[in-house]
Design a protein around this ligand. Structure first.
Ligand code: C2E
Ligand code: MG
Ligand code: MG
Ligand code: MG
Length: 270
């Protein structure tokens, strides 16, 4: 749609782009510095085993501390980090900080780490994970890597070689945000995962929407049939917790059970 520069709408649009580019540059340069300093923090959110009613895992989640003490959420900087490649360093930072933090956790509690597709197929991830486990004396079975479905789309054999090598080390592999990507079932067929996490979009619709509840039950049943564990993400209410338990999810994560925090939290009472 052509607009003359005399049209005020056009100038506003220009100004918006300028502001967005400026904000983005600030994120890029600031984030690189934050990774070097301690301003990029790694927080932990519990995942609860519903049959044992206890925390089985903590998921590591990045938080960027600002000079005023507030935090920028990952939604704002992870996409930038993905584009610039900084996500590779953030991944290694989460691994290192996570393994350090684990020393204070109860025996058997696992660490779950988010990964970016950019970390795979470069010959860096597998040796870095192996070396970090060795250095901390942590058994590989105590960590899980969360992978999103888009890793498996259009990826070459080197990505699958990394997944195989991680599985051979004994590291758990979990599909994150399950249900939000394309042809999810085909992905399950192509690669054998240890578990999946059902995206919170489904969980949060369960109360009002019978279809979402049926989808969650079906995914949980499928996971059980092929020997995968199944985590419900984003559980915020007792009603949702009851529904995901009834649907057959063995694990749950969400604000009801514990928010992300700078230290692994105590046992939930829910
Ligand atoms: P994710 O891996 O799906 O992590 C779950 C997100 O849901 C987290 O958001 C968590 O704080 C949020 N959440 C947990 N329970 C609830 C709930 O009950 N209600 C609601 N509304 N939200 C809940 P967060 O920490 O903002 O992270 C967003 C995404 O950023 C993560 O989604 C993950 O994909 C990515 N991310 C975070 N840290 C890292 C990292 O170190 N590396 C990589 N590659 N990605 C990361
Ligand atoms: Mg995750
Ligand atoms: Mg998720
Ligand atoms: Mg998510």
């Amino acid at each position: 749609r052509a607009k003359s520069s005399a049209d005020p709408g056009y100038r506003i649009f220009d100004e918006d782009i300028r502001k967005a580019l400026f904000a983005r540059r600030r994120i890029e340069t600031g984030l690189a510095a934050a990774v070097e300093t301690k301003d990029l923090e790694i927080w932990f959110q519990p995942i609860v085993d519903l049959s044992a009613s206890q925390i089985c895992t903590y998921e590591a989640l990045a938080r960027w501390r600002q000079p005023d003490g507030s935090f920028i959420a990952p939604d704002q900087f992870i996409p930038v980090a993905e584009e610039t490649g900084l996500i590779e360093q953030i991944g290694l930072l989460a691994l290192e900080r996570g393994l350090e933090a684990m020393r204070d956790w109860p025996e058997g509690t696992r660490l779950s780490l988010n990964t970016s597709p950019r970390q795979f197929g470069k010959g860096v991830l597998v040796p870095a994970v192996a070396a970090a486990l060795e250095r901390h004396g942590t058994p590989a079975a105590r960590i899980e890597l969360e992978i999103t479905e888009n890793l498996l789309i259009n990826s070459g054999p080197e990505v699958f070689e990394d997944l195989d090598a991680l599985a051979a080390l004994g590291v758990g592999l979990v599909l994150d945000d399950f249900g939000m990507g394309y042809s999810s079932l085909n992905r399950l067929h192509r690669y054998r995962f240890n578990g999946l996490k059902i995206d919170r979009a489904f969980i949060q619709r369960m109360e009002e929407d019978e279809t979402s509840a049926a989808i969650v039950s079906a995914i949980a049943g499928l996971a059980r049939c092929i020997g995968m564990h199944c985590t419900a993400e984003g559980v915020e209410t007792q009603a949702q917790l009851d529904l995901v338990h009834k649907a057959g999810c063995g694990r749950a994560q969400g604000y009801l059970l514990g928010r992300p925090g700078p230290h692994a939290s105590a046992q939930p009472t829910a």
